[in-house]
Design a protein around this ligand. Sequence first.
Ligand SMILES: Nc1ncnc2c1ncn2[C@@H]1O[C@H](COP(=O)(O)OP(=O)(O)OP(=O)(O)O)[C@@H](O)[C@H]1O
Ligand SMILES: [Mg+2]
Length: 282
Amino acid sequence: MGQNKFPKPIKKASLNNNLSHRSYASKIASPPKYILRAEDLSVGFSGKTVLNKINMDVAEYAVTAIMGPSGCGKSTFIRAINRMHDLDDKATVSGKLYLRKDDLFAASAMEVRRRVGMVFQKPNPFPSMTVAENVLAGYTLNGISLKRHEKEQLVEENLQKAALWSEMKDRLHDRGNFLSGGQQQRLCIARSLAIKVEILLLDEPTSALDPLATLKIENLIQKLKKEITILMVTHNTGQASRISDYTAFIYLGELIEYNKTKKIFTVPKDKRTERYLSGKFG
Ligand SMILES: Nc1ncnc2c1ncn2[C@@H]1O[C@H](COP(=O)(O)OP(=O)(O)OP(=O)(O)O)[C@@H](O)[C@H]1O
Ligand SMILES: [Mg+2]
């Protein structure tokens, strides 16, 4: 990692992607900085293309939502970023992914996961570990030993950041899987924050939660973007419009439209985006 220069802006300006440096720079004084770039990223399973040449830049310190009907390839996209298809013989992945200037496909999956956190739809705290051990899992699983006060500090700091400290400070030695669904989501977020990932991928983080737990996660995401970039899949268009800065609409494996969330929701450029937002499919 580290030898590759950050690539030039994508010339074909991914469809309606107004996020390309060129188009953006002409409109605002300081264009957003990009942390992640996908170039012609394609994924197929057993020869069938599921994601077709996605070109997309993800702005740093912002929330980017990925929307689209079921089966269009949203999870496949973020799973590819986290190298989840590495061990799948049926999967073929092509194209390029850069995190800052680093070619993610030239790095090991372990290196990638140290910098890119992923929290799944169904949160997965380690069931045999306590709340505190879950927060520290990134260290212990990598064989990094910590002093007692370092552990205590990491646990408190990251549970605070994940808006879970007040609920967990007396339950640090309970098993992680005894927590509620929303608490488990936040615990998994705390686990990623503890290893200081640069980007957090969330796959429908609130789809199984009640309105109050959903609100907590939404508030948390809004707060976290000050120190981390968030790329999240959501089925919930209301959620995308409430908490994201940018929205990408994927349909049948193609990136149809990608723009500032306000623009997508007020003046979508593609009929398919408009139909999706008005609930006509998906
Ligand atoms: N590991 C896999 N092996 C084979 N096919 C897969 C695999 N993962 C995904 N697919 C297929 O790829 C397509 C896209 O799946 P994906 O999970 O990315 O959709 P999605 O947009 O996240 O849908 P949903 O909103 O229902 O979660 C589907 O047809 C799915 O069956
Ligand atoms: Mg999915």
